[in-house]
Ligand binder design. Structure first.
Ligand SMILES: *Cc1c(COP(=O)(O)O)cnc(C)c1O
Length: 325
């Protein structure tokens, strides 16, 4: 398809320092092993979020770290509580590690049900803020309550933190049982390189390290990610400002064609529709890919549409208008 907004990847491009770092490659980056654990990358992540390098672990995408955290913090047969709807990889990754996923419906206002999560008694409580696929952020009160009362480890997936008003990453190391995960797949435009990182206390980071294993970030990814984190802050700030503008503008355009997007703190909008599958197919006919979710709990059928520069979103609005007519 011509326009692919189905994965919420970066439609504004690639962090420029990452691209120049990649152009500057040498054959040794191919023939030799990368560092077992890249200190430069950990340092760049740490500086970017405002923690110390010993509070950081990097991985092959944040998926790699979420998966390792499940092995690190729960024994086979134990439970992982997660909001529903939320990131589809979580129940998959829980089962892969012999754990039992327990879905806890979000509240009618879209906030995470802190009490319901705690009532599961799960060894691992997974939070996702802003949440995928709804885009809604968890309230600070709910996140703080889960952190205060959880019997085991709390994972906070902050893949979309750059686009949100609140961020919990820098405070994670203050709690010995909180692991925050971040990614370069969305805001930095580096999904193809597979780089993510996690933040927590040094002893917690060490547990994830043992479960993750060595050599997870390849030499190209390491070099590009380190350069982008260190040098592309202004590019990121500009991109985030533009994405937030587009979020408001796209939401109001959708409302004017009779749709009611959910409040979003991410780089996508979740838009309830009568028939997700049919709408996805019709949009496909216009050369536009969006993600359809049949029957999300408490929401019904919905589309998740990634944000992009306005000319792209305008085409999506036009295609939606004719698809729904
Ligand atoms: C996109 C996304 C990720 C990113 O995963 P990577 O493996 O880093 O590409 C993680 N969590 C959520 C909720 C996401 O939407």
């Amino acid at each position: 398809v011509e326009i692919d907004l189905s994965d919420s990847t970066n439609q504004w491009g690639v962090a420029p320092s990452a691209l120049s770092a990649l152009r500057d490659w040498s054959p040794r980056m191919v023939s030799e092993y990368p560092p077992v654990e890249s200190l430069q990358l950990a340092k760049a992540c740490a500086e970017y979020v405002g923690v110390a390098p010993e509070n950081v672990i990097s991985g092959c995408g944040s998926d790699n770290l979420l998966d390792a955290a499940m092995r690190a913090f729960a024994e086979p047969g134990e439970r992982v509580a997660h909001p529903s709807p939320s990131f589809a990889m979580i129940p998959v990754s829980a089962r892969t590690n012999g754990l039992t996923p327990v879905a806890v419906p979000v509240l009618p206002n879209g906030d995470v049900d802190a009490e319901g999560m705690l009532a599961t008694g799960a060894r691992i409580i997974y939070l996702c803020t802003p949440n995928n696929p709804t885009g809604t952020a968890h309230s600070r009160a709910a996140v703080e309550r889960v952190i205060a009362e959880a019997p085991g480890v709390v994972i906070i997936d902050e893949a979309y933190a750059e686009f949100a008003d609140t961020c919990h990453t820098a405070s994670a190391p203050r709690h010995p049982h909180v692991f925050a995960t971040r990614t370069l797949s969305k805001c930095f435009g580096l999904a193809g390189l597979r780089v993510g990182y996690g933040v927590g206390s040094p002893s917690l980071i060490n547990e994830v390290l043992k479960a993750r294993g060595p050599y997870k970030v390849n030499a190209f990814a390491e070099r590009a990610a380190t350069a982008a984190l260190a040098n592309d802050r202004a590019w990121i700030a500009e991109l985030v400002a533009s994405a937030r503008d587009m979020r408001a503008r796209f939401a109001s355009a959708l409302r004017s064609i009779g749709l009611s997007p959910l409040p979003s703190q991410a780089n996508f909008l979740c838009v309830p529709v009568a028939n997700a599958r049919a709408t996805v197919d019709r949009l496909y006919g216009f050369g536009i890919a969006v993600r359809g979710f049949p029957d999300l709990p408490g929401i019904g059928d919905a589309l998740r549409i990634g944000l992009a520069p306005w000319p792209v979103l305008e085409r999506v609005c036009d295609a939606l208008r004719s698809s729904l007519a």
